[in-house]
Design a protein around this ligand. Structure first.
Ligand SMILES: Nc1ncnc2c1ncn2[C@@H]1O[C@H](COP(=O)(O)OP(=O)(O)OP(=O)(O)O)[C@@H](O)[C@H]1O
Ligand SMILES: O=P(O)(O)OC[C@H]1O[C@](O)(CO)[C@@H](O)[C@@H]1O
Ligand SMILES: [Mg+2]
Length: 476
């Protein structure tokens, strides 16, 4: 038993291997802060709710698949309202910023932060930062009220605008300090959460009473620890429309082939879930599972078999899949990056469509009709669906409860179905990927019956045994 801490995380150890990876609190570096009773006590909606306040010792296990002698393992602090808050309502000057690519649900999260601050905590000074991180120091702010944000959840995109690049930590924290902001809500993906972590560090270095809360956003679902990111379900649902169109086109032609490219730079979650949801997909190609085209066990062999059996087929390919094949083939390919430093990928959808056409043209007895559908931005530029709207609401409320309770340097997230506060460094230390030796990918292979492409050609060794799926994301 014992505890260790650094600026980013406090690790508390308990009995039977219990570990709490706790988030920082303002009192870690500003002792003797005054506290106030939580205004929710006298809120008619909550005052009657028994045990509404979260117990100070409540925590949520990261791993729920256990054996009888498994140590209790890593836990995260349970999110929710606390008895005491560290901000008086009229003291709070909050701000909200959205960064990185778009994602369904951004406006819902903005709306719910504004509404939660006002309706639950009586806070009515909330500023919107325009155009991502650089907006802190280069743009005017937008006052956000429940009235201004009332209908925004019905729209795609973000009313605040977003951007990549432009993270100048010193200028951002200067702006926070100059404007008297003391709660910062940052909605963004892995890059944005890295940005949030360095903002928190600088705020702490300056000894400022400012809570920094992250709300994880990315339709790629590549953020570790959390069950899934908001907007992911909406994106998967929208992808069905493209897959359906590809299937209708393919089915209506002789040797029809539908190819659908979906987002997923390094993680193939959208492609995997869209495939599992659809049942019309015969082959799903993702960045985590290298594949090859020619020869035994390759894609073309499988396609020939499928066309012979069914007369048509549908392929879903994630944008980051097969990039190594393109790199090997396209000499002098430009090594370009976006403003945030993310590598700009080559268009694998166009490339594979051409490869397929060339292959079947060579096999002159099998002329094919190929339709390529690229719904890339259509799956993310839409409003969130009902379940994502609920999810966004809970995330926003959890973030507000956490900041009001004086926690800082945390990201809110669903862990095994429970709202939690997760230290930034657990969120940013790695990107989450589909693990092709886990159960979920095996389920997909079983559902499509496609080749696994495991073997000497891809350098992937077939697993002898499926590993425990304790670390997998989402309900399985
Ligand atoms: N290591 C880092 N340190 C500080 N800021 C960063 C870092 N990485 C990214 N950022 C900033 O975070 C913002 C968003 O980053 P990025 O464009 O990579 O999107 P993201 O948040 O990862 O979202 P997504 O990839 O889902 O679209 C940008 O303004 C970028 O400058
Ligand atoms: O064109 P943009 O806006 O840079 O966004 C594209 C990228 O954003 C993501 O949706 C999330 O990182 C990727 O899948 C995709 O490559
Ligand atoms: Mg990212």
């Amino acid at each position: 038993m014992g505890s260790q801490s650094n600026n980013q995380m406090k690790v508390v150890q308990g009995e039977f291997g219990y570990v709490l990876e706790d988030v920082p609190h303002l009192t870690d570096y500003i002792p003797d802060l005054p506290t106030y009773p939580n205004p929710l006590r006298s809120n008619p909606a909550y005052s009657v709710v028994k045990q509404y306040f979260v117990h100070v010792d409540d925590s949520v296990p990261q791993k729920i698949v256990v054996h009888k002698d498994t140590p209790r393992g890593v836990h995260f602090r349970r999110a929710g309202p606390r008895q005491k808050v560290y901000f008086a309502s009229d003291e709070v000057q909050a701000c909200i910023v959205t960064c990185g690519g778009l994602c369904p649900g951004l406006n819902t999260v903005i709306r719910e932060i504004v509404h939660s601050l006002d309706y639950m905590y009586g806070v009515n000074q909330v500023l919107g930062i325009h155009g991502g991180y650089r907006g802190f120091y280069s743009k005017n702010t937008i006052p956000l009220t429940p009235k201004v944000t009332n209908d925004i959840h019905k729209r795609g995109g973000t009313i605040l605008g977003t951007s990549r690049g432009g993270h100048d930590t010193m200028k951002i924290v200067d702006s926070i300090q100059d404007r008297g902001i003391n709660q910062v809500y940052i909605i963004g993906g892995d890059g944005s959460q890295k940005g949030a972590a360095v903002i928190y560090e600088e705020i702490r270095r300056r000894n400022l009473k400012v809570s920094v809360a992250g709300i994880p956003k990315t339709i790629d679902n590549d953020i570790p620890v959390i069950d899934k990111s908001f907007g992911f379900d909406t994106a998967v649902e929208e992808a069905q429309r493209a897959i359906n169109a590809a299937h209708v086109e393919a089915e209506s032609a002789e040797n029809g082939i539908g190819v659908v490219k979906l987002m997923g730079r390094y993680s193939g979650f959208i492609a995997m879930y869209a495939t599992l949801a659809s049942r019309d997909v015969d082959c799903c190609l993702i960045p985590e599972s290298p594949f090859y085209l020619e020869g035994e066990g390759g894609l073309f062999e499988y396609m020939e078999k499928k066309l012979k059996e069914n007369g048509h087929m549908v392929i879903v390919i994630a944008e980051g899949a097969g990039q190594e094949l393109l790199d090997a083939e396209i000499q002098n390919a430009k090594n370009e990056h976006d403003a945030s430093g993310n590598k700009l990928l080559q268009d694998v959808g166009l490339w594979i469509s051409q490869k397929i056409k060339d292959h079947f043209t060579k096999l002159s007895k099998t002329p094919v009709t190929l339709k390529y559908i690229d719904p890339t931005y259509m799956i993310r530029a839409i409003p969130s669906n009902a379940s994502d709207n609920v999810y966004c609401t809970l995330l926003a409320q959890s973030a507000v409860h956490g900041a009001m309770a004086g926690y800082t340097g945390f990201t809110v997230g669903l862990v095994n179905g429970r709202q939690t506060y997760i230290p930034f460094n657990r969120i940013i230390e790695q990107q989450y990927h589909v693990v092709i030796t886990d159960r979920m990918w095996a389920r997909l292979l079983a559902s499509t019956n496609q080749p696994s492409f495991l073997g000497p050609k891809t350098g992937q060794v077939p697993p002898t045994q499926l590993l425990d799926d304790g670390d997998e994301k989402t309900c399985n």
